[in-house]
Design a protein. Structure first.
Length: 307
């Protein structure tokens, strides 16, 4: 073997080791850290949900406004490169007296196209926009474009100011909503919800602060009049499989694209897995899980379409 062949082989071996290590670290590695933790006190949540006077919601409706498709490993690290659907939803909580509130506002067509989302349903978007204008409150799980975008895109968004209940953290991080922006002064004009760990926002509805996926991330607990409980997880996890196998998104996504607090999200996954084991009857709806959506529709926990 010539000196140059040997050098070339050493260089190649070096690339395989370093490149392989980097691939594993960025795309596959997702061990649950032993010290990851998140406190989720369901007794306190339930107490708050009951504390607000008034009837609890009798119905939760859903619209699928758009859909992404991501490689599986972006959703659950190590799951490979097959494309998986990532539907984008908006929810409408309806009270017996006909009043209602919105949870998450998906995004408009322009934003969906900019984000490369292959699916967009204009009729669903129009129904959501109409519902926003009849709502008593509009909540978002977090400040990313596919949750806040539909709100920001309303031509008269300033007129919705009295019912917009974004949190202080969501208001304070416009950079996390990119490429979505509000008209000059509108975001700053919202009166933010300021709370520490938990707060009730309406009868049966409690916000649970859960920074990690983004600074303004929260989970939203809803207890229906019939006693059904559902936890809207926002994008703490994109799909329920993250909780089943206790794995995060690939580090390439969390660290370099989303700039997540990965440790905080791991803590939430661990807490949600423990909660699911202790209380399998408590429903959980991850941010973008079409399979879980189908089950919850089938069980009648959610109902299809804003009316
Ligand atoms: Zn999302």
């Amino acid at each position: 073997m010539s000196k140059w062949t040997r050098r070339a082989l050493i260089a190649l071996a070096f690339l395989v080791v370093v490149g392989g290590g980097a691939y594993y670290w960025l795309i596959v590695e997702s061990h649950m850290p032993a010290d990851a933790e998140f406190s989720l006190d369901m007794n306190a949540v339930r107490e708050l949900a009951d504390a607000m006077p008034g009837d609890k919601p009798e119905n939760i409706q859903v619209e699928q406004v758009a859909g992404f498709a991501f490689p599986a490993t972006a959703i659950v690290a190590g799951d490979g490169w097959a494309q998986k659907a990532m539907p984008v939803f908006s929810y409408r909580v309806v009270y017996p007296d006909g009043t209602s509130g919105i949870i998450d506002t998906a995004m408009d067509q322009k934003t969906a196209e900019a984000a490369g989302a292959p699916e967009f349903d204009q009729d669903a978007y129009d129904r959501m926009s109409a519902a926003m204008h009849k709502a008593s409150f509009i909540l978002i799980t977090h400040e990313h474009m596919d949750h806040i975008g539909g709100l920001a895109a309303q031509p008269d968004v300033a007129a919705l100011t009295p019912v917009v209940k974004i949190t202080k953290e969501q208001q304070d991080h416009p950079e996390r909503s990119a490429p979505v922006t509000f008209p000059e002064g509108v975001r700053e004009g919202f009166t933010p919800v300021v709370y520490d760990r938990l707060t009730a926002i309406a009868p049966g509805i409690v916000l649970i602060k859960a920074p990690g996926h983004s600074p303004g991330s929260q989970m939203i607990y809803v207890r229906k009049a019939d006693g059904t409980e559902i936890l809207f997880l926002g994008d703490a996890v994109w799909q329920f499989r993250n909780i089943e196998v206790m794995r995060e998104r690939a580090r390439l996504v969390t660290q370099f694209m989303l700039k997540e607090d990965r440790m905080a999200v791991f803590g939430q996954i661990k807490a949600l897995a423990a909660l699911h084991e202790a209380e399998p009857g408590l429903k959980m709806m991850p941010g973008h899980d079409g399979g879980m959506m189908a089950s919850l529709l089938e069980e009648g926990v959610l109902s299809k379409g804003f009316e």
